[in-house]
Design a protein around this ligand. Structure first.
Ligand code: CP
Length: 324
């Protein structure tokens, strides 16, 4: 059985296979009929215990483009609010015949628990767990970087060797940052994290990346700058810098963007807080790939579902590795 729980489980070859498959899937989106019959008769459940716009909608679009049946489950409005456990929710989904469960949960480790519990038979895909990982976000970010920095046509089979990616903001609470550090370094990129000292995780020195406390110092040497939202909902106000101070030191506006090399791009996983980590001028500029990242997310999630549920034996053998 195969699951996608963590970007840290992916080898370079796994990641390149998913990105190359996503390029094939992107071609489907360019056709007048944006659908493949590959997953006809299979059921994908979106099990969301935390809010989401992009991830939930793009998994739904991806599954539908592969002709799967899709069940959307949101904890709000379900029997979870009456106290039902993850186990009983999972057993209910299993009884309905879920072939894949895409789970977002506030607790780090919930997707791993689901994948290893024996409560369900289907594949488990982590759509973001607590502050741990968000592997499909990192895959769509890598796909966007490869297209923009290597080129769509020349990109196939290629990694991000030598590309310099700077990730800026609330690293402490960011599952996007963790997944990207694992995946982008596996693909050969050099990652630098930039954050206020209070928003850097303990033990970061063991991560395969650099840390810098000055955004201005690293901009000129970045091929891409990925801005992150400050996740106030996960933090104690006592250790948060003031909004004004944060924007002044770590926000990206036009003046700072001008210090980046001409070819460099600005990324953001969304949702953005305009005026806080990124100005409207930057968010709406040609160099900002936030909308392109959403489009790419559908192709990447199609590739993941295809490789986990419907691909050939060759594809499956190279699919993500965390197993029971
Ligand atoms: N990037 C991301 O995970 O966005 P959502 O929370 O809207 O899914």
């Amino acid at each position: 059985k195969r699951h996608l729980i963590s970007a840290a489980d992916l080898t370079r070859d796994d990641a390149v296979l998913i990105l190359d498959t996503a390029e094939e899937m992107a071609r489907v989106a360019d056709r007048p009929i944006k659908k493949l019959p590959t997953l006809r008769g299979r059921t994908v459940v979106n099990l969301f215990f935390e809010d989401s716009t992009r991830t939930r909608i793009s998994f739904e679009a991806a599954a539908k483009r592969l002709s799967a049946d899709v069940i959307n489950f949101s904890a709000k409005g379900s029997s979870v609010s009456k106290g039902e456990s993850l186990k009983d929710t999972a057993l209910t989904l299993e009884a309905m015949g879920a072939d894949a469960v895409v789970i977002r949960h506030g607790a780090s480790g919930a997707p791993y628990r689901l994948a290893t519990s024996g409560w369900i038979d289907g594949a488990v895909v982590n759509a973001g767990d607590g502050t741990h990982e968000h592997p499909t976000q990192a895959l769509l970010d890598a796909f966007t970087l490869r297209r923009r920095l290597v080129g769509a046509d020349q990109g196939l089979g290629r990694d991000l060797e030598g590309r310099r990616v700077t990730i800026v903001g609330d690293i402490l609470h960011s599952r996007v940052a963790r997944s990207n550090v694992h995946l982008l370094t596996a693909l050969g990129a050099h990652v630098t994290l930039v954050a206020p000292p209070t928003l850097v995780p303990v033990g970061v020195e063991k991560w395969p990346c650099d840390v810098n406390y000055s955004l201005d110092e690293v901009l000129a040497a970045s091929d891409a700058v990925m801005m992150l939202r400050v996740q106030r909902e996960r933090m104690n106000a006592a250790y948060f810098p003031t909004e004004r101070e944060y924007s002044r030191r770590y926000g990206l506006g036009g003046e700072r963007m001008a210090k980046m090399p001409e070819h460099a791009i600005v990324m953001h996983p969304g949702p953005m807080v305009r005026g806080m980590e990124i100005t409207a001028e930057v968010a709406d500029s040609d160099r900002c790939t936030v909308v392109e990242q959403v489009t790419n997310g559908v192709s990447v999630r199609m590739a993941v579902l295809y490789l986990l549920l419907g691909g050939s034996d060759t594809a499956l053998s190279a699919a993500p590795a965390r197993t029971e």
